[in-house]
Design a protein around this ligand. Structure first.
Ligand code: NDP
Length: 281
């Protein structure tokens, strides 16, 4: 497999453009073995960005990730998230300690605020900075932040301190193209696209996707992933608990969509013509 395109982060480090989600992993004991196998194969294939959260299965996903990255931790850019209810001066260090323990690592690569809650952003930023100074997290960022949220906290954080905004982005949810994507490009903050294959639901049954997929001898899921990867500052994190899905998604990184494909997809899934409030799951 050709090496994956790398996305540059604000501090000059790079991560692969394609990673792996883990929401709902570890919740069904019968699927656990296959999920670990899938994550490990993904790491082998270069999909080293692994995304989890303290919320997922109340820590079950982090525990499963610990098992999957054992022995290959250095090949992984490990992302986890703190709940807004824990995002306070005293709550963040405690939540981080629990995540580190479940993940069985000494440092989290990227620690995200899962969504904006009631805690003043200045307090969260201060707590993230303190964790960074102690070496417990390498980077921090946010999730489910719309442009106005990004503007609110921009003055509170050091320039370049926020590494990403992880948001819902797939053909069915294109609202961020109107303003958040231009904002992220202007400020050098890559976006992380979650649910890129629409959670395996009706998006994958779209006739337009099927048509494009057929031209490339690909699958609709591969077209959906490749579509998110057409933008240079997007990191896509499909979740695959099944090895066949994982292989398919990994191969999507080398699928280049043509202008004709993109126009056809635009006709079926119109890009936004005005501001659309940020959608989230
Ligand atoms: P995805 O769009 O990644 O879809 C995952 C679903 O699609 C699974 O059921 C999976 O099945 C199936 N699937 C994956 N690949 C294929 C394929 N090639 N063909 C057919 N079906 C496929 O949705 P998620 O919501 O899981 O999003 C990805 C990740 O983003 C999450 O796992 C999580 O880490 C993160 N996320 C973050 C959020 C946030 O608020 N910050 C919110 C939501 C997600 P199977 O498992 O059987 O392979």
């Amino acid at each position: 497999m050709t090496p994956l395109r790398q996305v540059r982060l604000a501090d000059g480090s790079h991560v692969p453009c394609l990673g792996q989600g883990t929401w709902r992993m570890g919740e069904d004991r019968g699927r656990r073995k296959a999920e670990i196998e899938s994550l490990r194969l993904g790491i082998e294939l270069g999909l080293g960005v692994i995304d989890t959260a303290e919320m997922y299965g109340d820590g079950t996903s982090e525990e499963l990730v610990a098992e999957a990255i054992a022995g290959v931790r250095d090949e992984v850019y490990l992302v986890t998230k703190v709940l807004p209810s824990n995002a306070t001066r005293s709550g963040i260090p405690a939540a981080c300690a629990h995540s580190l323990k479940r993940l069985k690592v000494e440092q989290i690569d990227l620690y995200l605020l899962h969504w904006r809650g009631g805690t003043p952003l200045a307090e969260t930023v201060e707590a993230f900075d303190a964790l960074q100074s102690k070496g417990l997290i390498r980077h921090w960022g946010v999730s489910n932040f719309d442009v106005d949220d990004m503007c609110d906290f921009a003055g509170l954080a050091r320039p370049g301190a926020c590494m990403t905004d992880q948001v819902l982005y797939n053909l069915e949810y294109r609202g961020i193209e109107h303003d958040l994507i231009p904002y992220s490009v202007e400020h050098g903050i890559p976006l992380m696209a979650y649910s890129p294959v629409g959670q395996g639901g009706k998006l994958l049954r779209s006739p337009a996707l099927a048509g494009v997929a057929q031209r490339h001898q690909a699958t609709p899921a591969q077209v959906a992933v490749a579509w998110t990867l057409r933008l240079p500052n997007v990191i896509s994190i499909p979740k695959a608990g099944d090895v066949a899905h994982l292989r398919e998604n990994a191969a999507a990184a080398s699928l280049v969509l043509t202008q004709e494909d993109l126009a056809e997809l635009d006709r079926a899934f119109a890009p936004p013509s005005r501001k659309v409030p940020l959608a989230m799951l």
